[in-house]
Write a protein that binds this ligand. Structure first.
Ligand code: SF4
Ligand code: SF4
Length: 201
């Protein structure tokens, strides 16, 4: 097989199967999230990226694998690794390495689950009822700080539901991991498989 798309070499592997499953979950989340946000008029402030300036995510192994796969497919591995090197050298783990003022999230389409859910999904309260907890940086309607509201409907999406869906795919590990080492590890793993496949051609 000769291909420009390195990701093609993963076809038929367990990792690709896991990646397809997580993509299906993210697609389902997108659809339900649009409905949820439209129904309750939830939206981020225009041109805001404040959360990413104050947040360094933890991810599960599979969320990191999805980020790594996207970086490989887009030929952005070297860019990401040098970004990580600079970030670690600076040593301030109080914001996300993928945030920049120009585009905000530089890995938007492959971002981890928490980034997809934050300020765009309900969570469950002590009575297992869905409640929307607002983003403290957003002053638009329904998103003001201390203005959480109950969303007592059977079909609203919750963070817990989607967290469990992602966790159910992975039989090896669901422990949250530090973002940068997890993505580095995932890149190394996928590249190892790709190199093996190339050698066997
Ligand atoms: S979640 Fe809040 S801080 Fe983040 S982009 Fe939306 S409004 Fe801004
Ligand atoms: S991955 Fe993207 S959305 Fe998530 S914290 Fe980083 S910059 Fe923000």
């Amino acid at each position: 097989m000769k291909t420009e798309d390195e990701g093609e070499y993963l076809k038929g592997t367990l990792e690709k199967d896991n990646l397809d499953q997580i993509e299906n979950i993210y697609n389902e989340l997108n659809t339900k999230q649009d409905k949820f946000c439209n129904t309750f008029n939830i939206h981020c402030k225009k041109n805001c990226g404040e959360c990413c300036k104050h947040f360094y995510p933890d991810v599960t192994r599979l969320e990191a694998l999805y980020v790594a796969y996207g970086l490989i497919k887009d030929n952005k591995v070297d860019l990401a690794l040098s970004l990580f090197d600079e970030f670690e050298k600076e040593g301030k783990f109080d914001h996300c390495p993928f945030y920049n003022d120009e585009v905000h999230c530089s890995i938007y389409t492959i971002r981890p689950l928490i980034c997809r859910l934050f300020n765009a999904a309900a969570s469950t309260d002590k009575l297992n009822k869905p409640v929307f907890r607002s983003c403290k940086y957003n002053d638009s309607k329904y998103c003001r700080n201390n203005d959480d509201f109950k969303v007592h409907q059977e079909d609203v999406i919750t963070m817990e539901e989607f967290g469990e869906m992602v966790q159910s795919i992975d039989t090896s590990s669901n422990l949250p991991e530090d973002f940068i080492p997890a993505v580095r590890k995932a890149i190394a793993k996928l590249q190892f498989i790709i190199d093996l496949k190339k050698q066997s051609e």
